[in-house]
Design a binder for this molecule. Structure first.
Ligand code: ZN
Length: 485
């Protein structure tokens, strides 16, 4: 297959194309298991094998894909003719930033491959966790898992030859109950990924996942009798699961270069960031350093190489409050530099990703992380707050179309008065304009406060592509935030 694909690329290049690549998804398995109230509720397993070919001709992309591997030549012709047709309409010719050429293999480190253990064993383990979540006063309790195993071969006309075997293990816990005012209260938890750990079924069995049941149950039982968080302006301490969403929506999406260039305006929205901002815009207080880091192997955002064949990187996005980088692909880097009239980005950040063989890669988050700070552990941070509120776990989110403002609701909150944490509160919300909010970051917890949470369904692109990625973030404290309005 490799030889045939290489011959196809050579033929396309001989027809006048300036670039061509192929992604062959030789294995693309997904298995979902959902246990509702201790009973198997939903099971699905699929293997989505196929290939996608991109061709660049006279500055325009053409793309074609098929699940039938014997249609390689027909799809190559189709991609080429699509590119030729597109080239008659485009105003600005697409070019690609240079890259290193790799002949390499990347394999996600794992211990127990969930596709190599039997289904009954997986179901039994999940039912065991489900039972530990149950309570007579709960409406619903659910445990679900999703496993992904992909073997991908990438070849291009520049000499790249990359084989990837990517494994992902994701899990989530969910429970809800009616509170004293007949409102539904809920708790959920997604399996955190230890950046230094391995990806495998072992993470489902770990205390970080199954061991969370008692905490979640206890919090839900407190929520059903809890008072409402009141509207006020005070300090806001955000725990890592909520910090992951905060980072995702107001740093990650705001810094996707295609969005900054206006490519997502009709669907996922734009960005308040402009090309003039790089190197000088204050994006957060001096306490904020954020990065796009695909080098931590235990995350669905880490794939060794992106779908342009560019190596995984650790790119600084915000350096002590100054905007210095973006989430980039080869195409967008070249276009941004050309539009700006001088070089902003030296090279692609390796963030070109596609959901599947039948989608064009676009600029996507890898792992958008925040560096740990030096303001102590969680206890230190709580005891430093005179008047504040501590929140965790997103319940709902609403974000301005240019990521300029946001309004989030959280599942749990605790009032902090004179350094002491009070009882659990329900229905807490907070809102702010993104830039003043990040500029009001006053404390960042140390490494002991960091966790990496994973997003399963980040949506972007037309047709939509759901992407999975991680956020390794510390506990953060912000000054003067509007709560509850
Ligand atoms: Zn997203």
């Amino acid at each position: 297959m490799k030889n045939k694909a290489q011959q196809m690329i050579d033929r396309i290049m001989n027809s006048g194309a300036t670039y061509a690549d192929i992604r062959l998804h030789l294995v693309d398995q997904t298995e979902h298991i959902s246990i509702m109230k201790d009973t198997l509720d939903n099971y699905s397993c699929q293997n989505k094998v196929g290939f996608g070919i991109r061709v660049l001709y006279n500055g325009a992309w053409g793309f074609a894909s098929s699940e039938k591997l014997d249609l390689l030549d027909q799809m190559a012709n189709k991609a080429l003719s699509n590119a030729k047709a597109s080239s008659t309409f485009i105003k600005n010719k697409i070019t690609l930033a240079p890259k290193n050429i790799h002949k390499a293999t990347y394999i996600t480190p794992r211990k127990i491959n969930p596709f190599e253990i039997n289904l009954d064993e997986k179901i039994n383990e999940l039912v065991k966790i489900s039972k530990s979540l149950s309570h007579p006063s709960f409406e619903i309790w659910n445990v679900s898992s999703a496993f992904y195993n992909r073997k991908i071969l990438f070849l291009d006309s520049e000499g790249s030859e990359i084989e990837k075997n990517l494994l992902e293990v994701n899990g989530s816990l969910f429970l809800n109950a009616k509170d004293k005012d007949s409102q539904i209260q809920r708790r959920h938890y997604t399996l955190p990924h230890d950046p230094k750990g391995t990806t495998g079924f072992e993470s489902i069995l770990s205390n970080e996942f199954s061991g969370q049941a008692e905490t979640l149950k206890s919090q839900l039982l407190q929520l059903v009798v809890a008072d409402e968080a009141k509207a006020e302006v005070c300090d806001l301490l955000i725990l890592p699961e909520m910090m992951a969403l905060q980072t995702h929506e107001t740093i990650g999406h705001a810094l996707e270069l295609d969005r900054i260039l206006g490519y997502e305006l009709s669907y996922a929205g734009g960005s308040h960031v402009t090309l003039n901002d790089f190197g000088k815009k204050q994006f957060g207080s001096k306490k904020l350093t954020a990065r796009a880091d695909a080098t931590n192997a235990n995350s669905p955002g880490s794939t060794g190489f992106d779908d342009d064949g560019v190596e995984a990187q650790n790119t600084t996005l915000i350096d002590q409050g100054i905007l210095v980088g973006a989430i980039t692909s080869r195409q967008m880097v070249a276009e941004a530099n050309q539009l700006h009239g001088k070089e902003i980005f030296k090279k692609s950040g390796g963030c070109s990703r596609s959901e599947s063989y039948n989608r064009m890669p676009i600029d996507r988050m890898t792992n958008i992380n925040i560096d740990a700070g030096n303001d102590g552990n969680l206890e230190d941070l709580i005891s430093s707050i005179e008047d504040g509120i501590m929140v965790d776990s997103a319940k709902s989110w609403s974000i301005g179309s240019n990521r300029e403002n946001f309004h989030f609701a959280t599942e749990v909150a605790w009032k902090i008065k004179n350094g002491k944490k009070g009882p659990l509160l329900k229905n807490a919300t907070y809102r702010a304009d993104s830039m003043p909010f990040w500029n009001s970051l006053i404390k960042v917890g140390n490494a002991s406060t960091c966790k990496q949470h994973v997003f399963f369904t980040c949506g972007k692109g037309q047709p939509n592509q759901a992407m999975r990625l991680g956020h390794h973030v510390p506990v953060c404290v912000f000054n003067n935030v509007q709560i509850g309005k």
